[in-house]
Ligand binder design. Structure first.
Ligand code: SAH
Length: 455
């Protein structure tokens, strides 16, 4: 029988959903209760009820789980950023390991014995080198920045975030002082009016360089020179200031047009011993320390020899391929964003890498073109966005017959789906390592070695 809305029950949390919500069974029906821990006994108020499941809210923790810890952030549960500030990190890693094992075995048909132990982070706080903060006004009309509440576009104002680099604080303060002093309006999604959409910050941890990018519903800002001067005077590690224009009615954050207001329009970080330039439109892993460990495993799986050809699909600014290029004869990187390819080419030059070629194209079309060019890769690295690879790409890759495919993924579900497709083309998963690039959030990265079965 369906559970009644607003009814209160006592239940024990026995599992987590893939989104990290606690799950309990009430009258045989699964009830999802956010911000609870496996082992909690809670009193649950039903907030939404369907035939086979319901959503609940924990009214009271009657007996806490031994996984629990006191959340160390005032807006935990209100802001949509963190899922796991209420349990200890070892319990979070256990959840992530189980999530990967369940998904790989259930959807990917992979033997659980192939999945290595998750590589946890040494530091769970202040690791994010990128922040995109929506700009809004509080009830007194004062401009502030914050984060979106879970599953909504309501901005939760915030003073300090435990995920973001501490290097952002001085620039946030100056930006808000400037915005509040010139009476500029935050952008309003509903009416498509106002100017300031997001404050977008990036930090190169190794070189201590900061990028400030203002995303605006305009091509210029009133008093933009004054903003630059204030930032230059007060933020010692400021390297560049960029104005990004996004006049579209969209929830895509960054627009296509950038104008540099100060500096070179990019910052430079170091990763696996190489230098990489990062501009506002190009992808760069948000957790530098864990990215180095991830790329280390990818290199180990790729196991390149000096006479081999490597294709780095979805290469962004070339990071993965370039860190492996010294072991290979030739590297070909493929990426759809022109600015990222420009960065990749410069990164190759910058690091004295002469055996790299970069192609700006959709992965599938590029694979076909490379196949027509009779390129015979020995190894292909894939690092697609969350939606994974399209099946046509997998089929073209298989026809190119590399002996190894190294698949780096930020979504276990689409990864498992693609592993299954690869297996139909004779590529079997040999090893899978989950890496925690995003502590305190529900996300988990995986790197997989697929090898061609000889028959
Ligand atoms: N390997 C890089 C970037 C991974 S993120 C790194 O580790 O830094 C995924 C990248 O795929 C992004 O740079 C994105 O712009 C690119 N991308 C998205 N769709 C694509 C497509 N259809 N073809 C090629 N590249 C694509």
């Amino acid at each position: 029988m369906e559970l009644k809305k607003n009814e209160i029950y006592t239940a024990q949390i026995t599992d987590y959903t893939t989104e990290g919500s606690g799950v309990c069974k009430i009258n045989g029906i699964a009830v999802f209760v956010p911000s609870t821990a496996v082992g909690d006994t809670v009193s649950v108020k039903i907030v939404k009820s369907a035939k086979n499941y319901a959503y609940g809210r924990a009214e009271e923790i009657i007996s806490p789980s031994n996984q629990r810890k006191e959340p160390d952030c005032a807006v935990f549960g209100k802001c949509g950023g963190c899922t796991f500030r209420h349990i200890d990190y070892s319990a979070e890693l256990e959840f992530k390991q189980k999530r990967v094992v369940d998904t790989m075995t259930r959807i990917g048909g992979v033997d659980s014995g192939l999945i290595e132990k998750i590589i946890g982070a040494k530091s769970c706080n202040f690791y994010r080198n990128k922040a995109q903060l929506p700009v809004t006004a509080d009830k007194n009309g004062k401009i502030c920045v914050g984060f979106f509440a879970p599953r909504s576009h309501r901005v939760v104002p915030l003073d300090e975030c435990h995920l973001q680099s501490k290097a952002f604080a001085p620039a946030i303060k100056i930006f808000l002082e400037w915005a509040n002093s010139i009476n500029i309006k935050p952008y309003d999604e509903q009416t498509h009016t106002g100017i300031l959409r997001h404050l977008y910050l990036r930090y190169a941890e190794k070189t201590d360089e900061l990028m400030v990018c203002i995303i605006a519903n305009a091509n210029e800002l009133r008093h933009e020179k004054q903003l630059v001067q204030l930032l230059v005077d007060n933020v010692p590690n400021l390297k560049t200031v960029v104005l990004n224009t996004n006049t579209d009615k969209t929830n895509v954050i960054v627009g296509k047009k950038c104008r540099t207001l100060y500096g070179d329009g990019y910052i430079t970080d170091e990763l696996c011993g190489l230098k990489f330039r990062i501009s506002p439109l190009s992808f760069y892993q948000v957790n530098r320390t864990q990215a180095e460990r991830l790329y280390g495993i990818a290199a180990e799986y790729a196991d390149l020899k000096s006479d081999e050809t490597l294709i780095d699909m979805y290469c962004g600014t070339g990071t993965i391929g370039l860190t492996m290029a010294h072991n290979a004869k030739k590297l070909i990187g493929v990426e759809i964003i022109p600015q990222a390819i420009e960065d990749a080419k410069k990164n190759a030059k910058f690091n004295g890498i002469e055996n790299a070629e970069f192609i700006c194209a959709d992965a599938s079309s590029a694979a076909e073109a490379l196949s027509k060019r009779k390129i015979k890769p020995d190894c292909i690295v894939l690092d697609p966005p969350r939606k994974g690879c399209d099946s046509k790409l997998i089929s073209t890759i298989s026809s190119m017959s590399p002996s190894r495919v190294v698949y780096v993924s930020c979504d276990p579900a689409t990864l498992a789906r693609d592993i299954k497709i690869f297996s139909e083309y004779g590529y079997n998963a040999e090893k899978i390592t989950p890496v925690d690039l995003f502590p305190r959030t529900v996300h988990v990265e995986c790197v997989v070695l697929l090898t061609k079965v000889h028959n």
